[in-house]
Design a protein around this ligand. Structure first.
Ligand SMILES: Nc1ncnc2c1ncn2[C@@H]1O[C@H](COP(=O)(O)OP(=O)(O)OP(=O)(O)O)[C@@H](O)[C@H]1O
Ligand SMILES: [Mg+2]
Length: 264
């Protein structure tokens, strides 16, 4: 379980560029939660993920994962427990390494004995088996450099790297936004499958409200660095895209210009 307790973050404090990115934000992600996160550009969604991952430390508040306060734990230490997939398929994998080398790297990072060789015959077969399950043809390209793969294939490799050893939390930051619609749909199906099979507590940022309402178990809407609205259960099941947009306009503090929220 992840508990975020009243975190605040202001960038460039005291300067003309001062920006309050997180304002006393609290959120609990239970072990069986798959929460979709929506909100306009600059609402603070990625900043929230950065605070959870330790990319920077919040100015105040705490982040507690499975009862352990990780607010000031180093980013690389948390990476063993927290998987993150970005919008940009170029991030998350090492382009000059092959698929199996990338998977071996992720596998080694989370093992008890990181010095034992990860790319032995047994593990090669295991990685191939993992890759084959997603029907993206990756299993036949295990010795291909990741830099040569399509964006969709790379996102699957990143997802595999994050989930091969089940993480305690999965963070998806618009991870299908850079893909064509058919590939994006396929990656979403794979995501749902991986999350369900391994019961991974998950937070997923999306600009697609329809997808936000039909994926996972709860939806939170962020605005100006805090959570403005939250829905789950039957209320969410009954909610239409128009209902949610109405809530957004009702509660919004800033202008609606510059929105990327999709009405699909
Ligand atoms: N490292 C940083 N330094 C200064 N300002 C930052 C930094 N990171 C984020 N910000 C600012 O904080 C605010 C929130 O940014 P954030 O990236 O979290 O928004 P977002 O909700 O993810 O938006 P988008 O939907 O466009 O991805 C923005 O105004 C952004 O410019
Ligand atoms: Mg963002």
């Amino acid at each position: 379980m992840l508990e975020i307790n009243g975190i605040c973050k202001t960038f460039a404090p005291g300067t003309v560029n001062q920006k309050v990115a997180l304002q006393n934000l609290s959120l609990t992600v239970k072990d069986d939660d798959f929460i979709t996160v929506i909100g306009s550009n600059g609402a603070g969604k990625s900043t929230l993920f950065n605070a959870i991952c330790g990319t920077f430390f919040p100015d105040s508040g705490s982040v507690v994962l499975d009862g352990k306060d990780i607010t000031y734990e180093k980013e690389h230490r948390r990476a063993r427990k927290i998987g993150r997939v970005f919008q940009d398929p170029m991030r998350g994998t090492a382009p000059d390494m092959t698929i199996e080398e990338n998977l071996a790297l992720a596998y080694t990072r989370s093992r008890v004995n990181p010095f034992a060789p990860a790319l032995n015959t047994k593990n090669r077969a295991l990685f191939r088996e993992y890759a084959a399950r997603f029907d993206m043809g990756l299993e036949d390209r295990m010795k291909t450099r990741v830099g040569l793969l399509s964006g969709g294939q790379r996102q699957v490799v990143t997802l595999l790297m994050c989930t091969m050893v089940t993480p305690r939390l999965l963070l998806l930051d618009e991870h299908t936004a850079a893909l064509d619609p058919a590939t994006a749909q396929k990656i979403m199906e794979i995501t749902k499958q991986v999350v369900a099979e391994n019961s991974i507590p998950t937070l997923m940022i999306t600009h697609n409200i329809s997808q936000a309402l039909t994926t996972g178990t709860r939806t939170v809407m962020m605005d100006s660095g805090s959570i403005m609205f939250e829905t789950g259960g039957e209320d969410r099941a009954r909610m239409s895209v128009e209902d949610l947009l109405a809530k957004y306009k009702e509660n919004k503090r800033e202008t609606l210009e510059d929105d990327r929220i999709l009405l699909s």
